[in-house]
Design a protein around this ligand. Structure first.
Ligand SMILES: [Zn+2]
Length: 239
């Protein structure tokens, strides 16, 4: 059984290409997933800010209603002034009105503050909405880019897989099972070039016998990492 270093080099090249293609194929959906998760997070933030704005609006409306009711009460008391039975009663109503006006002035300040806060919250909500819209646009672009790339990568993967089948068909039949066993487990990590006197996979020094076997084009596995070894191009037999 002999396997040329050329054949093994070719196999390793194809396996590396397949790993690269599969990695790129997996990256697209991951990018989309990340974009979707980001959009979801931003939408949640937008919804939270809207919730805060709504509560603040309700609180502000309540204060305005309260102010209106107290102002009505003051009007009522002013009307009562005209019907006061005594000077004492008149003074008491006057004092009551003064106290109400004082309370209303505090409330009016609070309302003014609340309205300013509402403007801020509204701006926050609008900013969050813009961020959501931008993120949606970006996600759409990524989806389009990925779907465009995916079909190209898939046909490339099919082409290279075919190339692999053809290269594997050339392996000696009695070696193919062993090869398939290691390749199915390790993919491109199943093969390694010899690097100087060492295995290119794990850098363990090769035994002289292993090197001789390689020169004789016998299948050689690294005793340390189990890689199927091959001679690099510049150390090809007869080269
Ligand atoms: Zn090794």
């Amino acid at each position: 059984m002999s396997i040329s270093p050329d054949a093994l080099r070719e196999l390793h090249r194809i396996h590396r290409q397949l790993t690269d293609l599969r990695g790129r194929l997996a990256r697209g959906p991951k990018q989309i997933q990340a974009g979707e998760a980001n959009l979801q997070r931003l939408e949640q933030e937008h919804a939270n800010k809207k919730g805060i704005l709504t509560s603040a609006r309700v609180a502000s409306d309540e204060k305005q209603l309260q102010l209106k009711q107290r102002e009505d009460k003051i009007s009522d008391r002013q009307a009562q002034l005209n019907t006061a039975a005594s000077n004492k009663e008149y003074q008491a109503i006057k004092e009551q009105i003064a106290a109400d006006e004082q309370a209303n002035s505090v409330l009016a300040d609070e309302i003014l503050e609340a309205l300013e806060k509402l403007d801020e919250l509204e701006a926050d909500v609008n900013t969050a909405a813009d961020v959501v819209a931008k993120s949606k646009d970006e996600l759409e672009k990524v989806q389009q880019k990925v779907s465009k790339e995916q079909s190209g990568l898939e046909s490339e993967l099919a082409r290279v897989s075919d190339e692999l089948s053809q290269a594997e068909a050339k392996l000696p039949a009695d070696f193919r099972t062993e090869y398939q066993r290691i390749v199915s487990k390790r993919g491109e990590e199943a093969l390694a070039p010899v690097d100087g006197e060492t295995c290119g996979g794990c850098y363990t020094t090769l035994l002289p016998q292993m090197y001789n076997d390689l020169l004789m084009e016998k299948p050689v596995f690294c005793k340390s990492c189990g890689c199927l070894l091959y001679l690099p191009e510049d150390r090809n037999v007869g080269a």
